[in-house]
Design a protein around this ligand. Sequence first.
Ligand code: PLP
Length: 400
Amino acid sequence: ASRIAARVQRIKPSPSSAAADRAAELRRQGKHIVNLVVGEPDFDTPAHIRKAAFDAMERGETRYTATAGTPALRAAIAAKLQRENGLPYDPKDIIVTCGAKHAIFNALAITVEAGDEVLIPAPYWVSYPDMALACDGVPVVVPCTEEDGFKLTPALLEAAITSRTRWLIINSPTNPTGATYTGRELRALADVLLRHPNVLVMMDDIYEHIRFDSDATPHLLAIEPALASRTLVVNGVSKTYAMTGWRIGYVAGPADLIAALDTLQSQSTSNACTISQAAALAALTGDQTFVQESVQTYRARRDRALESLNAIPGISCKTPGGAFYLYVNCSGLIGRTTPQGERLEGDTDVVLYLLEQAGVALVAGSAYGVSPFFRMSIATSIDVIDEGCRKIADAVAALD
Ligand code: PLP
């Protein structure tokens, strides 16, 4: 018998990490690889945030904090949720975590009983199903179509809910598609949820600031405050402030869930890094110029990549509303034959072909639950995006 517990045997390492590892391996062999896998901003953390961390260390802020985080940071998060999202949270209803990923995992851990179902609209962030499995839950994948903008519809939601449904996870803007729910769409989903009071709602807002249409969508809870008693609002500083390595996320929610998160965290990881908390405080309360500038840069890259990709016969991509990925339809390549005489059976084959033939690293749609697509990251320079698109075009032209 294995000495690894069943809950861990059930899960697999992240497919995007696997793709990145394979690209790194080829690079070690001396091959030039265009990396379009990256899931984090390519910018440095802004200087005033780095300085806040340094100053905190100099002041001696190097010890434990309360499990839920420093009072100053929780107050700043409450102020942010009010200012930007119109959500009236008290700082005591907020807990700071070691990244949004940690927040989501712990939220499932404190609520999911064996066999409980977690509704995950697909294409989904790769970690949701495995987190549900690790918490003895059952991930219920709800495939959403390109025609629906890769978004969950009220009909799909209604059909997926059962007596075992514990959670619905909504991620907007979405990794990997950039799908961004409008206020009307959230209203329609809220109407379904109001009919099912036992379903908890996880709003993963981590890409909230990386969006390309001018108007911010109202938050689900601003649209329907009655859902607040069973919703966790998950967010963090990783993507907005180029702070992925600092590991600061947070959750706001009803008192019983926040208390359970606090208890679990107090007996596992304890507080998030004290120095990073000081940095996150500066991120939330300081100058926001970086956010606007980086979004403009992402938009320019998005537009450039879309133009190049949509000019390649056999692949196409709809315009994403946010995040820093393109989810590219490659159905026109399926069934074609490579110069080596191999038939491309699905998006995994396409991605392997583009890696080996063109030296371009991407992630296959199969990792996100909807095929045949591949995910291209635009969290890299225009030059790298141009080179990648050029090489993809050449490799596609070489297919029979
Ligand atoms: N949620 C989504 C949809 C993500 O794509 C990511 C990171 O890739 C996270 C959460 C985790 O973010 P953090 O770095 O705060 O753990």
